[in-house]
Ligand binder design. Structure first.
Ligand code: ADP
Ligand code: MG
Length: 286
């Protein structure tokens, strides 16, 4: 049986941007010691715009975007949306793709115009000992690399924005004595920039999808009571692992279905609301 005060509170919470799916887990909200955030789409808006194109050996920029967009059309990643929109804005004729395949947390590939096209992360290049000639490596931007028949053709840089509400959310959590940590599949430089900008207590970059869960578990083993907040398919196992899994409303269905709480307005500040609300609800019960 659900105590009356809890059931009333849960229905009220829907008006505060919170959808509580699992009341048992919600009960832990009042004791959370650390909030772990995903970066892309959670602390940031998850809307990427192309900010730079660098080609190798003067490979044609339009051709690079056209082929990259062909494979990205098959992907749901925010990076993919950014690249496809760029191709459309350049009025490029995006070819069809076959044999689409994704490398979890590292990129995608497919056949277009009879060539194998890969769009991959800096980590993928390092693993395959592929060297990039131009100066895009050290920048704090999200950069993906385009390989055509496994030969590097160029790099595409993209920028995302920190959600304005993320600043206030971190500040308020710190005031409550709660640590804020970030896990991201993105590169170290971009992660560091976001972490410094928001004043996070720690972060880990280039975390592969199946490793986010392991990281949450490690933090729990160190004694933290963890609320994990994420939006992506790659966040789902970590949301399940956390003491409270919180999904961003605008995120993927997989994340929402796994989460204990959904932030209906996709506002990271509602994590603070959730914890305050948990404290208030169970104070009334005793
Ligand atoms: P997160 O959501 O934490 O930023 P992901 O695990 O989704 O991370 O992605 C990690 C990295 O994998 C991206 O920063 C990018 O380099 C690469 N990647 C993932 N999906 C794609 C895609 N569709 N196209 C190109 N690169 C991708
Ligand atoms: Mg994400």
């Amino acid at each position: 049986a659900i105590p009356l005060v809890v059931s009333i509170s849960t229905s009220i919470s829907a008006n505060n941007g919170l959808l509580i799916r699992n009341r048992t887990q919600f009960e832990k909200a009042r004791n959370i010691s650390m909030v772990v955030f995903d970066k892309t789409g959670t602390l940031t808006e998850g809307k990427f715009g192309v900010t730079g194109i660098n080609t190798e050996d003067d490979y044609d920029e339009k051709e690079l975007i056209r082929l990259a967009a062909a494979v990205e059309k098959e992907s749901e990643h925010p990076i993919a949306t950014g690249i496809v929109e760029k191709a459309k804005s350049m009025d490029l004729d995006i070819p069809d793709v076959s044999e689409f395949n994704s490398f979890k947390g590292k990129g995608i590939e497919g056949m277009a115009d009879g060539k194998n096209i890969k769009v991959v992360s800096p980590g993928y290049l390092r693993e395959h000992d592929i060297d990039f000639q131009k100066e895009t490596k050290e920048e704090a931007t999200t950069t993906v690399y385009v390989l055509i028949d496994d030969k590097l053709a160029g790099a595409i840089s993209l920028a995302d924005k920190i959600r304005p509400q993320s600043y206030e959310a971190i500040k308020a959590l710190h005031k409550m004595g709660i640590k804020c940590h970030m896990l991201t599949g993105d590169n170290n430089e971009t992660a560091k920039k976001v972490s410094e900008e928001l004043g996070l207590d720690g972060f880990e970059a280039e975390v592969l999808p199946d490793k986010k869960q392991t990281k949450v578990k490690e933090l729990q083993e160190k004694g933290e009571l963890v609320a994990m907040t994420g939006d992506g398919v790659n966040d789902a196992p970590a949301l399940a692992q956390a003491d409270i899994g919180i999904a961003i409303g605008s995120g993927t269905d997989v994340a929402a279905e796994t989460a204990d709480v959904i932030l209906v307005d996709s506002n990271p500040q509602d994590v603070v609301t959730l914890i305050r609300f948990g404290k208030a609800t169970y104070r009334k019960m005793v």
